[in-house]
Ligand binder design. Sequence first.
Ligand SMILES: *Cc1c(COP(=O)(O)O)cnc(C)c1O
Length: 347
Amino acid sequence: MSKFWSDFVKDLVPYVPGEQPKLANLVKLNTNENPYGPSPKAVEAMRAELGDSLRLYPDPNSDLLKHAVAEYYGVQTRQVFLGNGSDEVLAHIFHGLFQHDQPLLFPDISYSFYPVYCGLYGIPFEAVPLDEQFQIRVEDYARPNAGIIFPNPNAPTGCLLTLEAVEQLLTNSPDSVVVVDEAYIDFGGDTAIALVDRFPNLLVTQTLSKSRSLAGLRVGLAVGHPDLIEALERIKNSFNSYPIDRLAVVGATAAFADREYFDKTCRAVIDSREQLVAQLQGKGFEVLPSAANFIFARHPQRDAGELAAQLREQGVIVRHFKQARIAQFLRISIGTPEQNQALINAL
Ligand SMILES: *Cc1c(COP(=O)(O)O)cnc(C)c1O
């Protein structure tokens, strides 16, 4: 605390990201990074860009990437917004679309950045409890609200809501913006981008950090009605004109073009997930059904915090949240088959 701080900084409660350990040789299954590298074509494109061109600012509209995203999803470029990671896209959404009188609604167990953005932008919210099976109950969101946001699949549970359920939710709240945070959709769900032309209140966010293995590049996106996108562009152009740098534009564009590598690596993660679930169940763990690149599991006889600490001693790091309802769960990112086996051996 310092006398130089603005008043609102004193009350800020920042997000705490998963640990990025400095130690080598750890089996790192704690932050849902992809165990496989990015597309070699993305790496090649960034190498080619690395040179004198960095003297110049990037295209403020990132048109090359916008076109690639629009083409990939079969939408228009004016339905696409790009940001420095989907966290930045989410920040602009909270700032520009969720500040109203009613509370914002999101699940009690979900991405812990949401309440942080509410704090940053002074947005009232209500955390809506998941049901006993840790599923989102669509009916619970059919009440006055300033907006709805949830990850699909949900994080940290991994549980997927069907597109029909998403559609029901949109139909129930036609006068507020519904944001589907699809950070993990490529590991087993159908994207709600298919619904954007029918629902002007729908905004879908995605990231290249998970399924395209580019967490270090920081590229995220939103797809929705041009009026919603325009609100985000206004905020972006009042905040940072160049959130996507030159390397990111060409790397992300090449990553979208390389469908073959994307399909192959997503398939490998999904296959490993199914195998790891079976192995953990064999050790007595209960595992929630996951459509993501991580699983959420608890052991009826072992304390989750102690398990996480003992795994760490053996060089395997997983994520443990101290939050009440989920304090006995571990969130485990899917690694390579070798990393997953190291986890099983350590257990
Ligand atoms: C990882 C994650 C994000 C953020 O992704 P970035 O694009 O890396 O900022 C957003 N939402 C959820 C639910 C995530 O798990």
